[in-house]
Design a protein. Structure first.
Length: 152
């Protein structure tokens, strides 16, 4: 498998919507509203100030994705890049797809003076994902996440 990484474009919306639907079903047993998801994906692909999607391809076929969103840190006078919407197609799992995505994003973030770090959150019971992130050098934070969800 020869993996290449590229930034997604609006033409990639259908595969990203499909991968996000699969991600929600596999990790949280959720069925997402497809119209809402489609609009959300198209919005971020049309407005890089909201975030970016990166795709992993094998011989021109998309086999993985991740999205980056931004959080300003006044404590660090910099921006954290949040890694979100991580999905690797079944045929790409265990073959270095996410590692390639992560290494690409890590190098891109390190090359910028305005990025102070990378963060992500993971489903508490997703041991495989946690192990993957730890193998790549990420550490569990001491923060807990709380939310109020106005959409679900």
């Amino acid at each position: 498998m020869k993996i290449t990484i590229r930034q997604a474009t609006i033409a990639d919306a259908p595969v990203i919507v499909r991968f996000n639907s699969l991600l929600a079903a596999e990790t949280e047993n959720k069925t997402l509203d497809q119209a809402l998801l489609q609009k959300g994906v198209e919005t971020i692909l049309s407005d890089p100030s909201k975030g970016l999607y990166f795709l992993a391809e094998d011989d021109g076929i998309v086999v993985g994705q991740t999205m980056i969103t931004y959080e300003w840190s006044d404590w660090r006078n910099g921006t954290f890049w949040w890694i979100q919407s991580v999905y690797v197609a079944q045929e790409g799992r265990g073959r270095g797809v996410f590692k390639s995505l992560y290494e690409y994003i890590h190098a891109l973030a390190r090359s910028r003076t305005d990025v102070c770090g990378l963060r992500l959150y993971v489903e508490e019971n997703n041991a495989r994902a946690r192990q993957t992130y730890e193998r790549l050098g990420m550490k569990q934070s001491y923060y807990r996440m709380y939310e109020v969800d106005f959409v679900s």
